[in-house]
Design a protein around this ligand. Structure first.
Ligand code: NAP
Ligand code: GCO
Length: 264
């Protein structure tokens, strides 16, 4: 029955990948505000220590694990450790991701494969490791961090768009295959958000900066705060009948043809 408690996450354990900083850190912080226990990983000890310090500063008693999300052995071991040391994972956010901006015909196959590995293969690997326990408990939430590039292409991001387009369909497939076990798998598609990943695009002299602002009805870049409420909703029982949906949090980019350039 819906109530004001429906958005609460008390007693839930949330595992957010790649969450030492950036979007992952923000989503985990939002979950903590609503009562969740936070577990995260990152690719090296330095980043995990950086993340632990940031969570401590925010008053969040998070636990951090060092592992590479593309390595199935490391992921299986880490999930087993989390379930032993903290408890069963109720909420999984496949957030860890990379991007390589190179014209496609100049991109090496190795670089293309690396982006696909982190941004698409890893969400498969981590979800595959977490789902059996969710099935046993007949309950679970998986949130995949998609992108504008799940729907749109642009120059230099062929590998990233291919991965994020695939992640949209992996999200729908997990929803289809495991929905009968009261598991909801949805995506969040952030627009253009101010994080280290987009920092190169936000320099004052970069034409992309003005371009994005002209393409966004909200007339601004998004912040990680803009993503926290949608993530809490998808992690909570308030969204128990939302499944296979990609929630675009983009200030309206996907709805908008773009502002007409001023007559110079
Ligand atoms: P970010 O600042 O680059 O953070 C990504 C995190 O994932 C970093 O901590 C990164 O570690 C970690 N990571 C990368 N590869 C990993 C691996 N193999 N194993 C474990 N951790 C790994 O990115 P962000 O901007 O916060 O984006 C987070 C997610 O949102 C990504 O999936 C991204 O594609 C997506 N997204 C971002 C935007 C945006 O505008 N920023 C918009 C839409 C979607 P390192 O520091 O070592 O790389
Ligand atoms: C880019 C940006 C985008 C954002 C995001 C948009 O180079 O176009 O990095 O890909 O990161 O994915 O939703």
């Amino acid at each position: 029955m819906f109530s004001e408690q429906s958005f609460r996450l008390d007693g839930k354990i949330a595992f957010v990948t790649g969450a030492s900083y950036g979007i992952g850190f923000a989503l985990a912080s939002g979950f903590a505000m609503y009562g969740a226990t936070i577990v995260f990983n990152d690719i090296n000890a330095e980043l995990v220590e950086k993340g632990l310090a940031a969570y401590r500063e925010a008053g969040i008693p998070a636990k951090g694990y060092v592992c590479d999300v593309t390595d199935e052995g490391q992921i299986r071991e880490t999930v087993a450790r989390i379930e032993k040391e903290v408890g069963p994972i109720d909420i999984l956010v496949n957030n860890a991701g990379i991007i390589k901006r190179t014209p496609m015909i100049e991109m090496s196959v190795e670089d293309f494969r690396k982006v696909i590995d982190v941004d698409l293969n890893a969400p498969f690997i981590v979800s595959k490791a977490v789902l059996p326990s969710m099935i046993k408990r007949n309950s679970g939430k998986i949130i995949n961090i998609c992108s504008m590039m799940s729907e749109l292409g642009r120059e230099t991001v062929s590998a990233y768009a291919a991965a994020k387009g695939g992640l949209k369909m992996l999200t729908k497939n997990i929803a289809s295959e495991y929905g009968e076990h009261n598991i909801q798998c949805n995506g969040i598609g952030p627009g253009y958000i101010e994080t280290p990943q987009t920092a190169p695009l936000r320099t004052s002299d970069h034409p992309f900066n003005k371009f994005i602002i002209s393409k966004t009805p909200a007339g601004r870049w998004g912040t990680t705060d803009d993503l926290m409420g949608p993530a809490v909703f998808l992690a909570s029982s308030a969204s128990d009948f939302v499944n296979g949906h990609i929630l675009y949090v983009d200030g309206g980019i996907l709805a908008y043809i773009g502002k007409q350039p001023a007559n110079d």
